[in-house]
Design a protein around this ligand. Sequence first.
Ligand code: FES
Ligand SMILES: [Fe+2]
Length: 369
Amino acid sequence: MGKLNKTLAYFQDGSRPAHGLPPSAYRSKAFWKKERKTVLFRNWVCVAAAHELKFPGDVVPVALAEQPLILVRNRQNEIAAFHNVCRHRCMTLVEKPQNVGKLIRCPYHAWAYDLDGRLKASPHFGGTDTHEANGFDKSQNGLVPVRTRVWQDWVFVNLSGDAPDFEDYAASLIARLEGIDFCKLTHIGTLDFGVIDTNWKLIMENFIEPYHVQVVHSSTTDQPLKDHYTIVDGNCLGSAVDLAEESGTSGSLGVSSRYLTLYPNFILGRYFPDQMGVYLNIPIGPNQMMQKRYLYTTEGQNLSEDEVDSLKNLWWDVHKEDHEMVERMWRGRASEFAADGGVLSPVWEDSVRAFQEMIVADVTKSKGA
Ligand code: FES
Ligand SMILES: [Fe+2]
């Protein structure tokens, strides 16, 4: 805790540009351990897109904050989440996305759970052809549920079970999406970037500051820095650009855009007039994360294969430009000379500062405080 309190000290002086979080917040196992039980347990964390579970019986495993989980589409066509742990000997039940039919069957001793997590079979548990055992109550040995909320096409979980209702939690983001008819939202493709060698917070910070855009994305953007502004609004942090004249093609970086997040890990990019990109960011540990980008149109248009390919190529290149930066940001934080966390622009990186303050507030707040 001593080190974490020192972290707070970086935020106390508003008379000059604020320092960023110290490197330990991005690199140390001790900070990660604290962060996973606070930031990633207590908030609504996005873990998948609902369209990845199309049919009843579809199951997708996710590891969040070192907790193996499964998402399941049940017979009522709803998505639920459970801890991915067999109640017999605690083995993970599902390792790959698949359709399991009506039952999730453990491959070790064939215990079987229905799609609502109820234990339906514990074969021979009490001896040959005896499936029950004294003092063993099947109804008490179902899969352990995780609080889940599917909002539009995205699946959020709250591991601690006590975050505010999702609508309240996400109100400031939802208010900024006014005018989008989500019935017309059409998923047109996915980019899977796999594992990125950086701390997940650096990806979030990169997304919500516009300062780097004209430098890092000089070959893909025509958005001048002066047209950008940051957004600091409750759990919604981000940046935006309003262009007087749209110079780019739809879906490119040359159009008016909103770069919005929902604390802690959800990212939604809106590109006027009719494109959207949502990033799935899964923290794995202090030094690694996984990322996917789901591409959507917002007016129900279906694009041709060539159009989708060219959008995918564009966004692949843009993300790779960002990934190189955030991997180097992580490596730079190994230096003795990074101890003060650098300095943040009071104009372009106030959103980053707000994000870091939320992280510090979460990791230093005791449960129930
Ligand atoms: S560990 Fe799952 S049935 Fe034995
Ligand atoms: Fe970027």
